[in-house]
Design a protein around this ligand. Structure first.
Ligand code: GLY
Length: 365
């Protein structure tokens, strides 16, 4: 087989197939979606993996590789129209991570640029950060999504870095809205909530990438557990820890016996679609909670996270050299035509979770 590093050298890996070709979505046309190409939301995770390995080993090769994609992503600012709420995922793990670890001033500037763009998406009527851009056929001006609880870490970072509280105020306003409008009384969460962009009134919730309206998309559950923990860590606000725990308890109560996580906790038994990526995100959130609760509570979160990670390791990981990705059986969305493929962010969260377990990682959020 041709060395994958040679044929893929100009790509930022998103997913890889059996012949070792990377799909980085750079061939998608803007007709299909404004969010594709270099703006594809997962393009920060490859750098994030490299920075996790760099902080562990201090091997400069990881930093060099991370910077190839980090510097390529700067071009997204020129295009601008394709950028979206996921600038947090894209630049927190690439540029802000570089700056945190090496003091690289070029990276700091990129991170600040991303934070300003994210702050610019805030709608003060309704106190939410707008998700995505215009989607043909859908008026999405009032849409917010649970995933954004991860993106707002870019805002906390910007306030901590500059001493300017504006970014943190926006993050907190968005997190409070999410706490009120996304988290249901039983700890399950909505993926998409639509607000009236003029008045801020909640209009409806949508099933988004999950099974349907009122269902419980597992990766979204993970974004909520980990996302509210991130807000707790940056603000110390007890309600965020309580909310992270509430969503975590719902996840633990619905954890299948074999530890394999479905795409949606409320999907029908068949087809048995899985999402190992959601599994890794939930595990990271649980391990983060475990670090911030009293000793007697820790064990249950760690046990649940280990059960999930063991299931990945033993049943859903490819440790051979045949596949460049580790974590298998990831799914983007329940109703999308493709299921059970690899994703760079599944590997990222799997690796982050392992470092959390070892107690040797760095918190990049
Ligand atoms: N943030 C998009 C996703 O989780 O698929």
């Amino acid at each position: 087989m041709e060395w994958s590093s040679e044929k893929n050298k100009d790509k930022i890996p998103y997913t890889t197939n059996e012949s070792g070709d990377y799909d980085d979505r750079s061939d998608r046309t803007k007709e299909w979606s404004l969010d594709d190409g270099l703006n594809w939301w997962t393009n920060g995770f490859w750098g994030g993996i490299m920075w996790l390995l760099y902080q562990d080993t201090k091997d400069g090769r990881y930093a060099e590789i991370a910077r190839i994609s980090e510097y390529r992503l700067e071009k997204c600012f020129d295009d601008f129209y394709g950028l979206h709420h996921d600038v947090g995922f894209m630049f927190q793990l690439s540029a802000a991570a570089d700056y945190r670890l090496t003091g690289n001033q070029r990276s700091r500037k990129t991170g600040m640029h991303a934070a300003n763009l994210l702050a610019g998406r805030f709608n003060p009527a309704g106190n939410f950060i707008r998700a995505w851009n215009d989607i043909p056929g859908d008026d999405t001006k009032g849409w917010a999504i649970i995933d954004c609880m991860m993106n707002i870490s870019q805002l906390y970072w910007a306030s901590e870095e500059t001493g300017d509280p504006r970014f943190r105020h926006i993050a907190v306003a968005h997190a409070d809205t999410a706490m009120k409008n996304f988290v249901r009384p039983d700890g399950s969460v909505n993926h998409i909530v639509e607000f009236d962009p003029e008045t801020g009134e909640m209009v409806r919730s949508l099933g988004g990438q999950g099974y349907g309206e009122g269902s419980s998309w597992t990766r979204g559950q993970g974004w909520a557990v980990y996302g509210f923990m991130i807000s707790y860590l940056h603000t110390g606000k007890q309600e965020y820890l309580d909310t992270a725990k509430k969503v975590a308890h719902y996840c633990m109560a619905n954890l299948p016996e074999d530890g394999i996580i479905p795409v949606d906790f409320r999907q029908p038994e068949e087809p048995a679609y899985e999402d190992s990526c959601g599994a890794c995100v939930i595990a990271c959130g649980l391990l983060e909670i475990a670090k911030h609760v009293p000793e007697q509570e820790k064990t249950m979160y760690v046990k649940a996270a280990v059960k999930i990670l063991k299931a990945i390791d033993e049943k859903r990981a490819d440790w051979s050299e045949k596949c460049d990705a580790i974590v298998q059986n990831c799914t983007g969305a329940y109703h999308s035509p493709e299921h059970h493929f690899t994703m760079n962010y599944a590997d990222y969260f799997f690796i982050e979770a392992i470092y959390k377990l070892k107690g040797t990682g760095i918190f990049l959020w």
